[in-house]
Design a protein around this ligand. Structure first.
Ligand SMILES: Nc1ncnc2c1ncn2[C@@H]1O[C@H](COP(=O)(O)OP(=O)(O)OP(=O)(O)O)[C@@H](O)[C@H]1O
Ligand SMILES: [Mg+2]
Length: 359
C-alpha cells in the first residue's frame, strides 16, 4: 500500500496543487517558509484526520479561502482507494472514503496510518514528564480503547480528588471513595503502559543500533510511581503512605499521573548528557519502533513523515537511515539541503506553495 498522489486545495499556503509520489522515499527541498512542512502536515491529516501542529481547523485553511479540501489516492495490491477531507471556517468537516462519508474518523485507521517526526518531538527526551505521559497516552490510546477509557476516567477522578484535597474540610468518606476509584483504575493503566513500554523499548534499541551503526546502546528506563503487578491492597497502601504529603501539598502525590521514563545512552541520561544529534537519533529510533508496532497491529506499514530530520544527523547516520527505509516504508522527508548523490530518492522542489518534481 502507498499514497499515489495528493491534491490540496486551500490548504495552508497551497491554493491548488497536485503531487504524484514514489512508493519509496520522497524528498521535498526548498527554501524556508515555502510549504514543505505544510505538505507533510497535509499528508498526515489525510491519514489521521488530525494535524500534529494545531487542533484548530481555521489554521489549516488558506488565508484567502473559505475551506480546505484534500484528496489522496491510495494504491493497494488489490485495487485503489480515495480519501477526501474538507474543513470550513465554521468548523464543519467532511471526511470520505471512496465517496462514502465516514461516521467516525477512526474508520480511516484500517486503511491508512502515519507516523510524524518533527523537531518539536525532541521534547520527548528533553522536556518534562508530562510530554512523555502524553506520548504514552496517545500511542497506547491508538491501539487500545480500554486504555483510552481508563485514562479518561482516571483524569476525571483525579481532578475531583485534587479539588477535594484543596477544600477546607475534605469529606473523609468521599476522599476514600475517590482513592478507591483511582486505585482500581491504576492497575490496568500501569499494566498497559508496562506492556507497551517493554515492546517499545526493545524495538527502539534495535532501530537505534541500525541508525547509529551499532556504536551506541540506547535503553528506556521507567520511573514508576506505583510499580506494575501490585494487588489492589498494595496499591491502596501506596496511596495511604502519601497521606501526610498530600495534606501538605493538597494534591494526589502517587499514581500513574506521576509516572515517567527516561532515555539512557551508553549508561548516561540522554537528557542531561546527550548531544543534539544523539537526542534526535533517539527520538527517531522511537518513531521507527512505533512504525513496527503499527505494522504488527495492522499488517501494513504506516506512512512516515520526517520533517527536517537531517539537519543534525551526520552523513553516516543519514545514509544508514535511508538504507533502512528504502523498500520498506513510504517516506516523505522535508529538508533544506539535498542528499548525497546516488541516494534512492525522488526529489521535489517546493517554492511558494508550488511543487515540481526534479529530474
Ligand atoms: N493558513 C495559512 N494560509 C496561508 N499561508 C499559511 C497558512 N499557514 C501557514 N502559512 C504560511 O506557510 C509558510 C510556512 O510553510 P512551511 O512551514 O511549510 O515552510 P517550510 O517550507 O517547511 O519552511 P522551513 O524550511 O523554514 O521549515 C509560512 O510562510 C506561513 O506564513
Ligand atoms: Mg518546515
Amino acid at each position: 500500500m502507498y499514497l499515489n498522489s495528493i491534491y490540496l486545495k486551500g490548504w495552508r499556503n497551497y491554493q491548488e496543487e497536485k503531487v504524484t509520489f514514489n512508493p519509496g522515499i520522497n524528498l521535498f527541498l526548498g527554501n524556508n517558509g515555502q510549504g514543505k512542512t505544510n505538505l507533510l502536515e497535509g499528508i498526515y491529516f489525510l491519514a489521521t484526520g488530525q494535524s500534529p501542529r494545531t487542533s484548530r481547523i481555521e489554521d489549516l485553511i488558506n488565508w484567502h479561502s473559505q475551506y480546505f479540501y484534500l484528496k489522496g489516492e491510495l494504491h493497494k495490491d488489490d485495487g485503489s482507494n480515495t480519501i477526501e477531507m474538507g474543513g470550513a471556517r465554521d468548523g464543519r468537516r467532511v471526511n470520505k472514503i471512496d465517496g462514502v462519508p465516514l461516521q467516525r474518523l477512526t474508520e480511516i485507521a484500517g486503511l491508512l496510518s502515519a507516523v510524524f517526526f518533527m523537531p518539536e518531538d525532541l521534547t520527548l527526551v528533553k522536556g518534562g514528564p508530562a510530554a512523555r505521559r502524553r506520548f504514552l497516552d496517545t500511542e497506547i490510546g491508538q491501539i487500545s480503547r480500554v486504555y483510552r477509557f481508563n485514562v479518561n476516567n482516571y483524569k476525571k477522578y483525579l481532578r475531583e480528588r485534587n479539588a477535594l484535597l484543596k477544600s477546607k474540610n475534605p469529606d473523609k468518606i468521599l476522599l476514600q471513595v475517590l482513592t478507591e476509584k483511582l486505585a482500581d483504575l491504576s492497575g490496568p493503566i500501569i499494566q498497559e503502559r508496562n506492556d507497551y513500554l517493554q515492546k517499545l523499548s526493545l524495538l527502539t534499541r534495535l532501530k537505534h543500533r541500525k541508525i547509529s551503526g551499532n556504536t551506541e546502546e540506547l535503553s528506556l528506563r521507567y520511573n514508576w510511581s506505583i510499580e506494575p503487578g501490585l494487588s489492589r491492597q498494595q496499591v491502596l497502601a501506596k496511596f495511604a503512605e502519601t497521606r501526610l504529603l498530600e495534606r501538605q501539598y493538597k494534591l494526589t502525590m502517587v499514581g500513574p499521573h506521576k509516572d515517567d521514563f527516561s532515555f539512557v545512552l551508553n549508561g548516561a541520561e540522554l537528557k542531561a548528557f546527550g548531544s543534539q544529534g544523539q537526542q534526535r537519533t533517539a527520538v527517531l529510533a522511537v518513531k521507527l519502533a512505533e512504525i513496527e508496532l503499527i505494522k504488527t497491529e495492522t499488517s501494513e506499514y504506516p506512512l512516515l513523515l520526517l520533517d527536517d530530520v537531517f539537519s543534525e544527523l551526520d552523513e553516516e547516520r543519514r545514509e544508514l537511515l535511508l538504507e533502512y527505509l528504502t523498500d520498506r516504508v513510504q517516506t516523505f522527508i522535508s529538508s533544506a539541503e539535498a542528499l548525497p548523490p546516488g541516494s534512492k530518492v525522488n526529489s521535489y522542489w517546493v517554492d511558494a506553495g508550488r511543487i515540481c518534481e526534479r529530474i
